[in-house]
Design a protein around this ligand. Structure first.
Ligand code: UDP
Ligand code: MG
Length: 341
């Protein structure tokens, strides 16, 4: 059974939001997934660390190496040696961005947490604004992109179509132009960490948990170096995961289709019976028969496929495998515990 309390509605005795947040020096955790980002590591920290040092807050950066095959890990460990506030979680293989992010969120100790990309498309200069909004009492502060730089026309059209379909099929609404770049209060992160599901469509999960939200606009720049990890097929996969994780519409729509087809067939049968009674039996008609059989066969196969897809997901959830496997962890108080999956 899911944990009983997943919401944090204010109770009468609760302090006003944001009160405790101003009282003491808070601790900020930045979480960054890295997959073959060796070319960006040094540039990223050269820009990020000065911003963090200027904040009125303690800070840590949790870097997740998502099974990179280049020198990302070595470079991260170099940074960690110079500054122990930069911590490294090394996953045993490439688990994909969503799970790398989950791994990072599982290792943070901050009062507020900011997930960020490694390619400097998320400007660290926004961190002071994030923190200011958080101090005002917002639990979630999202960064809203006001330009999609470096994305093809095809990519943008695909994104629009996806959002349209998702909004119409699913019970949660995805905010537009909002990525993973955001600040979350510790409580929000704890709720997300408690969510056991394997298909981790972070955009949907973030939207699903709710909480008091504020937003900040920003300009998303080009990648600093390296290449985007999202091919078209990977995006398609992600969209499908997102849809099936947050909607059961693809499962339910077939009863509607079935009813429509049966209704049509019933009317057709009545017409044929009347015609037969009036005009006798006419033999021709196997084309329409064949067409109907093939059409229905197709619909049934699609239905089976969709059932199979959901069943496969149920199977994956039931297996209960760990979401990700940590090979080693560097910079945590209890490194053995941090490296346990
Ligand atoms: N990433 C990851 N594992 C993957 C793919 C990507 O950890 O399998 C990381 C990547 O290193 C980067 C972030 O996810 O820090 C976003 O990736 P990318 O910039 O390629 O995505 P885009 O900005 O094009 O959406
Ligand atoms: Mg990027």
């Amino acid at each position: 059974a899911p944990p009983a309390t997943m919401t944090h509605d204010p109770k009468p005795g609760d302090p006003k939001p944001g009160r405790g947040r101003r009282a003491r020096r808070p601790r900020l955790s930045v979480v960054i997934p890295f997959y073959n980002e060796g070319a960006n590591v040094d540039a990223l920290f050269d820009r990020l660390v000065p911003v963090l040092d200027r904040l009125d807050a303690e800070w840590e950066v949790v870097c997740v190496n998502d099974g990179s095959r280049d020198d990302t890990l070595d470079r991260l460990l170099d940074v960690h040696d110079r500054d122990p506030r930069v911590k490294v979680v090394d996953l045993s293989r490439n688990f994909g961005k969503e799970l790398a992010l989950s791994a990072g969120l599982g290792h943070v100790t901050g009062d507020a947490v900011v997930p960020m990309d490694a390619d400097l498309q998320h400007p660290p200069e926004l961190l002071p604004q994030f923190l200011a909004k958080w101090r005002e009492g917002y639990d979630v502060v999202v960064a809203v992109r006001n330009a999609r730089v470096g994305q093809s026309f095809k990519h943008r059209m695909f994104a629009r179509a996806f959002y349209w379909i998702f909004d119409n099929l699913s019970e949660v609404k995805l905010p537009r132009e909002v990525g993973d770049f955001r600040l979350m209060d510790r409580r929000v992160v704890e709720v997300i960490n408690r969510m056991p599901e394997r298909t981790r469509f972070m955009k949907g999960i973030f939207a699903w948990v709710g909480f008091r939200q504020a937003s900040i606009p920003y300009e998303q720049g080009e990648r600093a170096g390296g290449e985007t990890k999202w091919g078209f097929l990977k995006l398609l996969r992600l969209s499908f995961d997102g849809l099936t994780a947050f909607s059961t519409f693809p499962l339910r729509v077939w009863s509607l289709v079935g009813m429509a087809v049966s209704g049509f067939a019933f009317v057709y049968i009545v017409i044929r019976v009347i015609r037969t009674l009036l005009h006798g039996i006419d033999v021709p008609g196997y084309e329409s028969l064949l067409a109907a059989v093939l059409f229905l066969g197709g619909v049934q196969l699609i239905t089976l496929g969709i059932l199979g897809d959901y069943l496969g997901r149920v199977f994956n959830e039931v297996k209960g495998r760990p979401l990700y496997i940590v090979r080693s962890a560097h910079g945590f108080e209890d490194e053995e515990a941090a490296a346990a999956p």
